[in-house]
Write a protein that binds this ligand. Structure first.
Ligand code: IMP
Length: 439
């Protein structure tokens, strides 16, 4: 198993960070392939908390390669701050490599993200306002500034001028913003270049060489399938592809290098930002789950919207990603409920029923969740370490999910700590196969 992809199977915030962290121990490298510092995850290790936005969490393991692939958009200020914070806690960051082809978030991208949202008024997407969308837009328009441009003052300046020219009108309200001064911006980004130079590399070649030597790499997705720009709830999506297929394009390796694709889903559903959410809970129960699950954004601090587990969306995510296994996180949060709702189909206008995720936006916006009620359980799950430790209700819930999604469950999360994890036989089988495959 040279390559294992870990992706979000819902609307992001599924707990991919913890899963990556658990697997990272057994691999040689962890690579990010899309998104930027709109992502964020928290890892708890030995009681210590670590927050990451750009750097793969594998950095906490000495000697691991951590790669930021070409598909990621990088705000260099955030990356440098993250590096400094790690160094201050005595973490060796020497293993980080950044693709020279990755695109950079520029000061005007941040301003345009906020201005774009303000202009949309009630139609706002609810972006993280980190400049992600405008940066990917520039990439597609061939007006992007790439990491490699930081190493050449003349080119950097030329490209900034070319990128800002078509934005003159939209940037007019920010004319006096010192961050947009050409000289200041160029100087600032050249300084970032000096700081990052030691980490800049041809990461596609580096990964190819590692895979060729039989080394193992985790491809760590950000956000989740339902936020995918092509297949998600467009336009209420992010600007990249958080699907497994993007792991290859976003790092520069071919699909044959991928052996396993794990989709991570919470035992319930959350979403931040606007957009359709058929299984959303608008009552006190939603409030209760938000509190118990600590469902506030790592990046923006926004309260997350809460809903029952949506199996229509999860089946869709499993198909889009060709999941080989499912990880269910935060099962402990549902303890104590008498009944647990699961969305198994959608109902639409004129009594239309949908087993599959509707492709038409208008149809989706008018659907509501059809719920199946399962019995809950009272027991606190945080000390459970095997499936047989779980109460019947929790085991039935997991079986119901696996059957309806058509994928084995490899791991179950019962708390934020590393050890608050249940490895199933399917999960162990993958690990054994992977240990045999690698170097
Ligand atoms: P953007 O990625 O900042 O452009 O935001 C677009 C949409 O994706 C908004 O609804 C955000 O709330 C959502 N989004 C972006 N990153 C994440 C994430 O890491 N977790 C959950 N939602 C996210």
């Amino acid at each position: 198993m040279p390559g294992i992809v870990v992706v979000g199977a819902q609307w992001g915030d599924e707990g991919k960070g913890k899963v990556t962290d658990l697997l990272a121990e057994r691999v040689d490298a962890v690579a990010r392939f899309q998104g930027g510092n709109n992502a964020g995850h928290t890892i708890v290790r030995n009681g210590e908390e670590w927050k990451f936005h750009l750097i793969p969490s594998g950095i906490l393991y000495p000697g691991k390669r951590c790669i930021i692939g070409n598909g990621v958009v990088i705000d260099p200020r955030v990356l440098i701050a993250e590096l400094d914070a790690l160094r201050a806690r005595r973490i060796d960051v020497g293993g980080l490599r950044i693709s020279a082809n990755a695109h950079l978030i520029m000061p005007y991208h941040l301003l345009l993200d906020s201005a774009g949202e303000a202009k949309l008024g009630s139609l706002q997407i609810g972006t993280t306002r980190r400049g992600i969308g405008p940066c990917y837009a520039d990439k597609a328009a061939r007006l992007g500034i790439r990491v490699q441009d930081l190493l050449d003052e003349k080119i950097l300046k030329k490209k900034i001028v070319a990128a800002m020219e078509p934005k003159r009108l939209s940037l007019r309200p920010f004319e006096r913003d010192p961050a947009l001064d050409l000289h200041t911006m160029t100087e600032e980004y050249l300084t970032h270049g000096h700081r990052l130079e030691q980490h800049i590399a041809d990461t596609s070649k580096l990964m190819w060489e590692m895979l060729d030597e039989g080394k193992k790499i985790i491809f760590e997705g950000a956000q989740g399938a339902m936020l995918d720009i092509d297949h998600g709830t467009y336009p209420f999506v992010t600007s990249s592809n958080p699907l497994s297929g993007a792991a290859c394009v976003g790092t520069g390796v071919g699909p044959k290098c991928i052996d396993e694709i794990w989709g991570v889903a919470k035992a319930y559903t959350t979403r931040v930002g606007a957009g359709p959410f058929p299984s959303e809970l608008h009552d006190h129960l939603g409030e209760e789950i938000r509190k118990r699950g600590g469902e506030f954004g790592t990046t923006t601090g926004r309260p997350r919207r809460i809903g029952w587990l949506d199996l229509v969306a999860l089946r869709y995510a499993a198909r889009l990603n060709t999941l080989t296994a499912l990880v269910v996180t935060k099962l402990d949060v549902l303890s104590g409920l008498d009944k647990i709702g699961v969305c198994t189909s959608y109902s639409g206008e004129e009594e239309a029923a949908f087993e599959d995720f509707p492709y038409h936006q208008t149809v989706l916006h008018h659907t509501s969740a059809k719920l199946t009620e399962l019995r809950g359980w009272k027991q606190d799950l945080r000390e459970c370490r095997t499936l047989s430790d779980l109460p019947d209700g929790a085991r039935e819930y997991l079986d119901f999910i696996a059957e309806h999604v058509g994928a084995d469950i490899a791991l179950v999360g019962v708390g934020p700590q590393r050890e608050q994890t249940i490895w199933t036989d399917a999960g162990r089988r993958t690990l054994i196969a992977s240990d045999g495959a690698g170097g």
